[in-house]
Design a protein around this ligand. Structure first.
Ligand code: ASP
Length: 347
């Protein structure tokens, strides 16, 4: 009788655990490398409005019980369509005057991933990355081949002139003039990589996903590909952790930054805020790089470290209210400084 009661109690607990829904969370970034002196009130207002829309549209997917992947693609698509960000419509120009975009997505539940690099005509590269993951037997497609696949999949292709914005064109002209005069660039290295967009989400089933989309670096040459479309460098998700990075991509590739953060969480059981801060604020700067990242664990803990003047960042969770921050002196739920190895940085 006793053992029957114990069994019944355990079964009840088991059922409760199985039906317990996770509170969804969505975090987005619109790039590190924000230079405070370059911001105008109008630009700041437009950026905050776009970030708010991306959060609300993405979170609506999670509230409707859709998977984290849907929230990630929805939020990133909003930012790709807004010329204030260096992704999709607002992509920077290459040295040759082209817009060459990279994107990646990863499903933490299944470890499936898709990515594209050096595409010129894909309106929303994140949707093509997702199609690569879901409808091809490959992980990464580049250039003309990626665009041929996009056509087969019915992904929207546009004339390359769609991506031309005057602001980005002038940024390239300035860099070209400096190149021609053999002058060092007046802008900090930081200013060449900015405005990349990314999202990480936790859905009501407790599954994580991550995605990143970018035009890369202003004045890039020779088919340069950054970290964003490289699984493990700029984008990674598994069952415990999801990360999207933004910064000087070469350093994110060399530190395998997104995977490094997630391995600290998954294998070493580190709190996500400490893991993310160690990689972003210690490992990358110690090699001469800079940037930021957004990271989320399966308990909904958020990390948003960065080491530039600002990082466009936003989050939405249990309260259903979109929160947006830009500068380093604006509060966010992330702990910016790594905690000592012996204590927990969370909460
Ligand atoms: N990480 C991107 C790249 O290097 C740029 C950025 O994040 O702004 O292509």
């Amino acid at each position: 009788m006793k053992s029957f009661r114990l069994f019944a109690a355990l079964a009840a607990l088991g059922v409760a655990a199985m039906t317990h829904a996770t509170t969804p969370v969505l975090i987005i970034h619109g790039g590190s490398g924000v230079v405070r002196r370059d911001m105008t009130p109008a630009k700041e207002k437009a950026v905050r409005a776009a970030m708010t829309k991306a959060l609300l549209d993405g979170y609506a997917q999670l509230k409707a019980g859709k998977p984290a992947l849907d929230a990630v693609t929805t939020a990133i698509t909003v930012l790709e369509d807004d010329s204030n960000f260096n992704a999709g419509k607002g992509s920077v120009f290459t040295h040759d005057g082209k817009n060459e975009m990279d994107a990646a997505i990863m499903d933490g539940d299944t470890l499936r991933a898709g990515s594209v690099a050096a595409v010129h005509r894909v309106k929303n590269p994140i949707l093509l990355a997702r199609a690569v993951m879901e409808h091809s037997s490959h992980v990464m497609l580049v250039g003309d081949g990626a665009e041929a696949f996009a056509k087969e999949q019915g992904i929207t292709l546009v004339d390359p002139s769609y991506f031309r914005t005057e602001e980005r064109w002038q940024q390239l002209q300035k860099a070209l003039k400096e190149d021609a005069a053999k002058q060092p660039h007046a802008d900090l290295e930081t200013a060449k990589h900015f405005g990349t967009v990314g999202a990480v989400a936790l859905d009501s089933d407790g599954h994580l996903a991550a995605g990143t989309s970018t035009g890369g670096m202003n004045d890039k040459r020779w088919g340069r590909v950054g970290d964003s479309p490289i699984i493990g460098a700029g984008t990674y998700a598994n069952a415990q952790c999801a990360v999207s990075g933004t910064g000087w991509g070469e350093f994110y590739i060399r530190t395998v930054a997104a995977h490094e953060i997630c391995m600290k969480v998954s294998m070493l059981n580190e709190p996500i805020q400490r893991a993310a801060a160690e990689v972003i604020n210690q490992e990358i700067p110690s090699m001469g790089g800079n940037g930021g990242a957004i990271a989320l664990d399966s308990d909904g803990h958020i990390a948003m470290p960065f080491n530039t003047d600002g990082m466009y960042r936003g989050w939405i969770g249990a309260d259903g209210v979109p929160h947006v921050a830009i500068y380093d002196d604006e509060p966010d739920p992330s702990n910016q400084t790594p905690a000592p190895a012996t204590s927990s940085a969370q909460d």
